[in-house]
Design a binder for this molecule. Structure first.
Ligand SMILES: [Zn+2]
Ligand SMILES: [Zn+2]
Length: 412
């Protein structure tokens, strides 16, 4: 069985206060008691605290760690490498505290920090971008140079505070054990900068801004659906923003609709504006015909988390086939697979996607460094895939996956 550690969070329903357990990747929360649905969000990243077992009267010191999950793609001379990253890293560099959280965040239930959390919180001193850089360096070890392009895709980032206390030595307040045999001589933990996280998880009632209907989605959905007025919504500031979308009609029954982003790019550093350009850049065995010059080139990317190799296969297959616009702004009536990958993440992936199909690669890959890709616009498009038991496939794209694999990837 595939390893799939989840971070679980003890919380209360914002509406009725009932105790509930959330997952780190949750967005849409449906209360099993009062049935109210809320969308969870934060302007940057979630903060959590680990539970402690410190003796009464001891001041608990909360030490901050970054928790980072995501996939690092690297475009190399011979291939595109991918590494699944799931690490914790000190958010305040210190010799006295353990360098990582170890496995505890997967074993214990976390909480969001609140005004009731007693103790002193040490102030994170390592900025997010420095942490990412450190992780990038660590996970690039052993990759044969040159690396033409490198991207993290689909990351989940949070800060986790782990509890400690001082009793002659520094004690781990999760295990109630000293963390090393060295006494804390000459070390003044109290001198470290403190800062109580002035942060709270935000909730938006999951109701359609247009018609007031309950929005639908799964717990990790980042796009919510209104089946009453056929609209799709993503979180924007303190509310929802409408998303342009379409769905391709299914020709066969038993369809599950998988979401993809169709991105109209603005590219500099290489000529890739039309279908004709694509035929040249990807060295496709196709005859250039009249009208191909006028067909604008578009990138395609899965809008759901999927295993890294499949991410590349799915992006490449759709991008190379340049599906014609035959979608309508209609929500499919059969099963719709949740959008779990943000459009920003899909944008991040475009250089890697390009690296997957440029040919001849020896000649073109070195130009990747000069290439800049931005998005002019994007639209979310649902394609019908056929299902057969556990299998999910699309014959003309020649794509295939399974429900088990998709489920596994939801927590990547
Ligand atoms: Zn409730
Ligand atoms: Zn509506």
């Amino acid at each position: 069985m595939l390893k799939n550690p989840k971070i679980l969070i003890d919380h209360q329903c914002p509406q009725c206060g009932a105790p509930v357990v959330l997952e780190e990747t949750d967005h849409l929360f449906s209360c099993p008691y009062c049935k109210v649905k809320s969308y969870l969000y934060t302007s940057d990243f979630f903060r959590f605290v680990l539970p402690h077992r410190a003796p009464k009267g001891k001041t608990v010191i909360y030490f901050p760690y970054w928790h980072f999950k995501g996939i690092l793609f690297s475009s190399l001379r011979e291939r595109v490498d991918h590494r699944i990253v799931d690490v914790s890293h000190q958010a305040l560099l210190s010799d006295h505290f353990p360098i990582s959280l170890g496995l505890r965040s997967q074993v214990l239930k976390l909480r969001f920090p609140s005004n009731e959390t007693q103790g002193s919180f040490l102030k994170p001193g390592l900025p997010l971008k420095d942490m990412m850089q450190a992780i990038r360096k660590r996970f690039s070890k052993g990759l044969p140079p040159p690396i033409y392009a490198q991207r993290f895709i689909g990351e989940t980032i949070s800060q986790i505070y782990s509890p400690f206390y001082v009793n002659g030595r520094l004690y781990d307040a999760v295990l109630n054990r000293p963390i090393n045999s060295r006494p804390l001589e000459g070390v003044d933990i109290k001198a470290l900068p403190e800062s109580t996280p002035n942060w709270q998880i935000q909730f938006i009632p999951a109701q359609c801004p247009t018609c007031g209907w309950d929005l639908e989605g799964e717990r990790d959905s980042i796009v919510l659906t209104c089946r009453n007025c056929s609209s799709l919504w993503i979180q924007a500031k303190k509310g929802f923003r409408k998303l342009e979308f379409g769905s391709v009609p299914a020709e066969k029954e038993q369809a599950v609709y998988l979401p993809f982003y169709c991105i109209e790019p603005e590219i500099t550093g290489i000529q890739l504006d039309s279908y004709t350009d694509l035929i040249r850049v990807a060295n496709l065995p196709k005859v250039i015909q009249k009208g191909m010059d006028e067909r604008l080139f578009q990138f395609w990317s899965p809008a759901f988390k999927i295993r890294p190799l499949d991410f590349m296969r799915f992006s490449t297959a759709l991008t190379l086939s340049q599906p014609r616009k035959n979608w309508e702004p209609r929500i499919p009536e059969t099963e719709v697979y949740p959008v779990t990958l943000a459009a920003d993440e899909a944008l991040e992936s475009l250089k890697i996607s390009l690296a997957c199909f440029m040919k001849p690669s020896g000649l073109l890959l070195p130009t990747l460094r000069e290439i800049q890709i931005k998005a002019k616009s994007f639209v979310l498009v649902y394609f019908p895939f056929q299902t057969q038991k556990n299998e999910i496939f699309h014959t003309s794209f020649r794509l295939r996956t399974t429900r088990n694999m998709l489920n596994y990837a939801r927590h990547l």
